[in-house]
Write a protein that binds this ligand. Structure first.
Ligand code: RIB
Length: 291
């Protein structure tokens, strides 16, 4: 089995369910407050490990209680490359309305994550191992890290979330890029799904896998086109972390040598379970549950 190396963010998630988004000056009573481990990087690392992968993660947290909570939550992940810095741990204020989330981020220690972290992380990686990263740490480091991993022969997976146009410079170093619809539009500059995919392939991505929510997911490379339906596992309670679950599950399956179409079905089932539960990392299923 291949190892999975992940560079990414770690956040404390402060989540409240609300009936609607409060207006300026309004104080609104919410419910179901949760304080849980999150961050796109940490969620994907947790998912890949919970679903059977050998995962090593690099990133930064503060020397505060939230940093402790994050490292303790990632117990199946090798966090020896996660640095403790003098900045506060990154934080995400999440409002959940009718199952959908709105997230306000404070990047905190995540702002110190860079290419040196990737160099340390990859010092013992083998060609053919998997490298994955996202856009929640400084983009310059993300681009350099992808370039480094690709030059060493690793299979590079890039989840361009949250959406930011500067991530365009990273596309050429991605063997597999996994945008959602909004991220695809922003990165490609195209409104049309098919044109957006063609544009990312033209920019140099090895393959494009678009996650389409309830419409499933679509993979396109020079040789293959695969469509996988969404997997409805019950009522949608909270979509936070669904994309992260999908990416982590996909990496775990690819690390086992599973073919892309089967890896997509597995990832779709895993994400289908995540949305039936509240929270991000705490809602990610185990391999047994998905099977
Ligand atoms: O993708 C979900 C994640 O986005 C949350 O855990 C939050 O920390 C934000 O980074």
């Amino acid at each position: 089995m291949k190892n999975i190396y992940l560079l990414g963010s770690l956040n404390i998630d402060l989540t409240i369910r609300a009936p609607y988004m409060p207006e300026s000056g309004e104080t609104l009573k919410g419910s179901d407050f949760m304080m849980t481990a999150g961050g796109k990087g940490a969620n994907q690392a947790y998912a890949a490990a919970a679903l059977g992968g050998n995962v090593k993660m690099a990133g930064c947290v503060g020397k505060d209680a939230f940093g402790d909570l994050l490292i303790n939550s990632l117990r199946r992940v090798d966090t020896s490359y996660v640095r403790r810095t003098d900045a506060l741990t990154g934080a995400a204020l999440i409002t959940v309305i009718d199952g959908d989330n709105r997230i306000l981020l404070h990047e905190g220690a995540n702002s110190e994550t860079g290419v040196l972290d990737a160099e340390n992380l990859l010092s013992h990686a083998a060609a053919d191992d998997i490298f994955m990263t996202q856009c929640e740490t400084p983009i310059d480091g993300v681009i350099k890290a992808l370039k480094l991993a690709k030059s060493r022969g690793l299979f590079t997976m890039f989840n361009p979330a949250p959406a930011r146009s500067e991530a365009r410079g990273a596309v050429m170093y991605a063997d597999l890029i996994t945008p959602n619809r909004k991220e695809l539009k922003l990165l490609s500059g195209k409104d049309d799904l098919e044109e957006g995919i063609v544009e990312l392939l033209r920019l140099g991505a090895g393959a494009v896998l678009v996650t389409l929510g309830e419409k499933g997911s679509l993979y396109v490379s020079a040789r293959e086109r695969i469509e996988v339906p969404c997997c409805n596992m019950g009522a949608v309670v909270d979509t936070t972390g669904a994309g992260d679950t999908y990416c982590g599950a996909l990496a775990a399956e690819l690390a086992r040598g599973v073919k892309i179409a089967d890896a997509m079905s597995f990832a779709s089932r895993a994400a289908g379970i995540t949305v039936t539960r509240r929270g991000a990392m705490v809602s990610i299923p185990t391999r047994e549950e998905v099977l």
